[in-house]
Ligand binder design. Sequence first.
Ligand code: SAM
Length: 283
Amino acid sequence: MNYIEVTFDITPYEEAVADALISELGTIGYDGFSYTDQGFTAYIPAKDYNAQAITRLEIFDFFTRNYRIETSVQEIEDQDWNKVWEENFTPIVVDDRILVRAGFHAPVPGIEYEILIEPKMSFGTGHHSTTALMLRTILDNKERITGKRVLDMGCGTGILSILAAKTGAREITGIDIDEWAYNNAMENIRANGLNNITIKIGDARLLEAEAPFDVILANINRNILLEDMPHYVARLLPQGLLIMSGFYLQDLPLIQERAAQSGLTFMTYREDKNWVAASFYKN
Ligand SMILES: C[S@@+](CC[C@H](N)C(=O)[O-])C[C@H]1O[C@@H](n2cnc3c(N)ncnc32)[C@H](O)[C@@H]1O
């Protein structure tokens, strides 16, 4: 599969603007991102690329009033992609406790949790605030996860499923609509030597056939969370934990309102660069 690489140069550069654009691009089919000094590059399968789709985004229009945003486009061959991604993928340590690295990076002695990721075209390397917030929140809730059945909606690379397994979850189901994510998550699960994670391709409609979960993780985006939250709650056991991310601090009240309507009680949230991971339990 060939990919289109779109480079975004933002002047003056602000990471929050790059993050906001990345989040919106994720909703129109872009599924790989890497930061540059002046912005970021975004990747989309060539078959899904539509030049106008970017300029039609409300947020793009909004930012171009205050920032100069220049885009350049090139098509890249499938075999080039892995090389590009490998070169851009640096190991990351979250809170001195979790190391996320590729097999070709050196291990860090004494680290509590190590997650191996094959750098490919899937979201979930720990570099994005939402992933790091989710990883931290999983550790905050270790006692509620150990021995339990966990769902990871929008699993991407499977990074959250892998940490859940390493904190002692009994069995984990990861679901993602993207086939790349499915393939990459499967590779990563193997690379981490885990045998209690099942990955499925699909969306919330798959949940009807699932037995209830003790814990649900969902790092997707505001609109999908608002739409699918009732389906998540329907598959959550009473007192079960739902941790959601992929939205901004200003959207937290909207998420809390939908959560209350869906039968959840708000517990707490973590925030980084205006992104939020919020925790709720089922009444
Ligand atoms: C922000 S990424 C999160 C990846 C990873 N869980 C993490 O925390 O880094 C969101 C993922 O959700 C997937 N996704 C988008 N819409 C979805 C939906 N309706 N149902 C399931 N997965 C979805 C995307 O393909 C993407 O891999």
